[in-house]
Design a protein. Structure first.
Length: 489
């Protein structure tokens, strides 16, 4: 889609201004129902579109993404634009700088339509935990789009943006991509700079693309990848033009699958996954059953370490430096403290009490508990040790060319999109949504979700995705295998 639009721009068949306006009118028509966007950046978008058109008119060269409109999850800072992380506490926060990914995309000439809805501070799997709106799934408006990057996935699936950025800490790019029937890629940890991303859990967070097809995802990744001195965890590698690595046969490619992943799966989803495996076999891949003994601990490891990092990262939102400050003087708990100190403490407490939502507070409390003296060894430290064991299983399976595999295939989600409200009663059920996605974050490998055969579900045909996971920094490997599948569909 991006390439096609690029060629049309070059041939003068469309202008970026028309294209961008066209997307804004689609947003105005559709977003009342879908609620993918929290903020529109019309002026910024039109200025960039105009610039692109002028360049084309003058016969200047333009980049592949130049003039092509996309959307950005509202956890990524864009200078001069409201950036809320879908939280009340950042209701009035205007980012004073651009995230590195935004800087890079601006340099590429990309057009920004606006900021998309998500679960508050990216914590959730349904976008129901946003303080502002519940985004609906364009495939069925009764259903969630997944989360936390639900707004970005819905915007792309609902044709309100050509491409979008999401962030993925435990599945937040891939799970909504699966629910909405689009492509979502979580790069290797360190591949894309996190500078300017409102941190959720820093040892897991990665920014990545959501797009209509594999080539588009590859193009966006090429634009945002690379080392950044402002993010100490960014890898030294420069990244590649990933779209150049898509073609070619996957004959002999070894794809592993884990029996347990398929065994307890819903029959319809299982059937869809088996069709994927069959198709890969037809394409010449060698399908192998593999055993990763520690992978079943991924979810518990994630739900211990992630809240610990959350509790530390979100300490900065205390009504002082960022966002809103609340002081309601209703609190009598602090009566014994001298008035000045009491005022400060009340601001901290009130700003956090009113500014943060339930899910966020729950995770801060869980994390604070797990890190507290006396519990640290039993929870955080032990979880980090198990994390290392999971990593070693994967190192082994990717290292040996005889016994090992090149890629691992898994479902992205246990079911297609669930109904709005369906999983709110029991948080564990919501957390179980992440069972197949968290491993890639726990050990930092790249993973992509792309549409498998849709399933008949409660009277509808609903999208469902499958995942390909690869070795650290082997984005081109998973993209190439994903492309081969997409092309043969
Ligand atoms: N659904 C997961 C969670 O709630 C993942 C969130 C994410 O990747 N940002 O933590």
């Amino acid at each position: 889609m991006i390439k096609e639009l690029h060629e049309k721009l070059l041939a003068g068949k469309i202008t970026s201004e028309k294209l961008t306006q066209n997307y804004f009118s689609k947003i105005k028509k559709k977003d009342e129902k879908i609620s993918a966007f929290l903020t529109l950046t019309e002026d910024l978008a039109m200025a960039q579109a105009k610039k692109t058109d002028e360049k084309i008119k003058k016969g200047e060269e333009i980049g592949i993404l130049e003039g092509i409109p996309g959307a950005v999850k509202d956890v990524i800072c864009m200078k001069g634009v409201r950036t809320t992380a879908a939280s009340k506490i950042l209701d009035n926060y205007i980012a004073p700088y651009d995230a590195t990914v935004i800087q890079k995309l601006k340099a590429s000439g990309a057009v920004f339509l606006g900021k998309t809805n998500c679960d508050e501070f990216a914590m959730g799997s349904s976008t129901e935990k946003s303080a502002y709106a519940i985004t609906k799934n364009p495939a069925d408006l009764q259903r969630v789009p997944g989360g936390s990057s639900g707004g970005s996935a819905a915007a792309v699936a609902g044709d309100e943006a050509v491409w979008a950025l999401g962030s993925d800490t435990g599945g937040s790019i891939r799970q909504p991509a699966s629910f909405c029937g689009v492509v979502g890629l979580k790069p290797t940890y360190g591949r894309v700079s996190r500078y300017g991303l409102l941190s959720m859990a820093s040892s897991f967070d990665q920014i990545g693309p959501i797009a209509k097809n594999i080539e588009d995802a590859a193009i966006i990744l090429s634009e945002i990848a690379g080392q950044d001195k402002r993010d100490a965890t960014s890898a030294r590698s420069a990244g590649k033009r990933y779209e150049k690595y898509l073609e070619g046969s996957i004959q002999g490619l070894k794809i592993g699958f884990i029996k347990e992943h398929f065994e307890n799966l819903n029959k319809k989803v299982k059937n869809s996954m088996e069709n994927v495996l069959k198709k890969y076999a037809r394409l010449g891949a060698e399908i192998k059953e593999i055993n990763l003994p520690h992978i079943r601990y991924s979810l518990p490891v994630y739900y211990i370490v992630m809240p610990c990092e959350v509790s530390s990262n979100l300490a900065r939102f205390d009504g002082m430096k960022y966002g809103m400050r609340i002081f309601d003087q209703q609190d009598s708990d602090l009566e014994k403290i001298n008035p000045e100190e009491r005022k400060l403490r009340e601001i901290y407490l009130d700003s956090r009490r009113y500014g943060l939502g339930e899910e966020v507070k729950k995770r801060i409390m869980l994390g604070t508990y797990a890190l507290s003296s006396g519990y640290y060894e039993a929870y955080y430290l032990r979880a980090q040790k198990v994390r290392e064991l999971i990593k070693r299983d994967f190192e082994k399976i990717f290292a040996s060319s005889q016994k090992g595999v090149d890629l691992i295939l898994a479902p992205t989600t246990p079911t297609p999109a669930f109904k709005i409200g369906e999983k709110n009663a029991n948080p564990i059920e919501m957390y179980l949504e992440d069972i197949f996605t968290v491993t890639a974050n726990v050990i930092g490998i790249p993973a992509i979700s792309l549409p498998a055969d849709p399933v008949d579900w409660e009277g509808k045909k609903l999208p469902v995705g499958f995942q390909l996971m690869g070795k650290w920094f082997n984005e081109e490997g998973i993209l190439r295998a994903a492309y081969a599948y997409e092309k043969s569909s």
